[in-house]
Design a protein around this ligand. Structure first.
Ligand SMILES: [Zn+2]
Length: 306
């Protein structure tokens, strides 16, 4: 597969002309079989705002080409939801001759300047040709608490939403009651960074629910469902409940913790029961096990027994 033919405009994901949804299939990367990621462009009176830049500069270029009739008279802005590769490796399209401000949480800048980020890019470039033109292009404007883009007809509020990662943000557009949740919400399940991130994830999901969105988009899983926010929260509460139950009667060994979902009797199949669409099983089985492990570790630390 070439680098550009994987980006598609998905009109059915949006009910408002000003919000355009784009989807990138991961394509030929075996370890992410069937995975895809969405990015958005929101067109306001003053600005055209690109939310996430997908996998490579060619992806960002493809998205911008699809809205080029909207660029005249409007400033182009870029927002990164967080520093994960599938959300910001197209950033370099917006440098040099096409420079646009890249806005993100200040920790996103730290992550993109890190040795880990450089190493990860080198690793991916060795394995997949689609990353050959990727250069890390860190954010150029950062915030910590909240950032508002006053677009004229639409205002766009960038709000911290940690849990998946500490630099993760969500976007709230009050005029449309639209929440762009990125990886804070995910179908079939969101992904915790580690045990320390557990309270942040609960707080983020509660906070997003309190916004009372009428529409929610997230980066993975093709969902526009508002109910998914509640389902994701219920999923973590269920892990918490079963973990708590286990810890009342048993202190798990390290060996048992390697199969965390088994010891709390909450299998991946139970989590996705009723879902009709296919998910990348290997990926999400691993993610679910890790989520349970982190919840257990967090509870054990809280109880003071680990
Ligand atoms: Zn992601």
């Amino acid at each position: 597969m070439s680098t550009t033919d994987g980006v598609f405009f998905i009109p059915e994901m949006s009910t408002d002309q000003r919000v355009r949804v784009f989807r990138r299939k991961f394509g030929d990367m075996e370890e992410f079989d069937g995975m895809e990621v969405d990015a958005y462009i929101v067109i306001t009176e003053r600005y055209v705002v690109v939310f996430d830049t997908l996998l490579c500069p060619e992806d960002a270029s493809a998205m911008v080409q699809m809205v080029k009739d909207q660029l005249s008279g409007r400033q182009l802005l870029v927002v990164n939801s967080h520093a994960d590769w599938d959300h910001c490796w197209g950033n370099s399209y917006f440098t040099s001759g096409r420079a646009a401000p890249i806005i993100a949480h200040e920790y996103c800048l730290t992550r993109m300047l890190s040795d880990e980020a450089r190493q990860e890019l080198l690793d991916f470039q060795q394995r997949h040709t689609i990353f050959q033109n990727v250069a890390l292009a860190p954010p150029t404007m950062t915030f910590k608490q909240r950032f508002t883009i006053v677009g004229g007809d639409l205002s766009i509020e960038l709000i911290p939403a940690p849990g998946h990662h500490p630099d993760h943000i969500a976007v709230w557009i009050p005029e449309l009651s639209l929440l762009l949740a990125f990886d804070a919400i995910e179908k079939p399940l969101p992904i915790l960074e580690n045990a320390e991130a557990v309270p942040s994830m609960f707080a983020t999901l509660e906070r997003l629910l309190a916004l009372q969105p009428k529409r929610v988009l997230c980066s993975h899983g093709k969902s526009t469902s508002v109910a998914l926010v509640e389902e994701n929260l219920a999923y973590f509460r269920e892990i918490e409940r079963r973990s708590h139950e286990l810890l009342q009667r048993h202190h798990p060994t390290n060996e048992e913790l390697e199969h965390a979902s088994e010891i709390i009797h909450y299998s991946y199949d139970e989590v996705i029961a009723g879902a009709k669409e296919p998910f990348d099983r290997t990926f999400y089985v691993g993610a679910h096990d890790a989520n349970v492990l982190f919840l257990l570790q967090w509870l054990m630390r809280k109880r003071g027994d680990a």
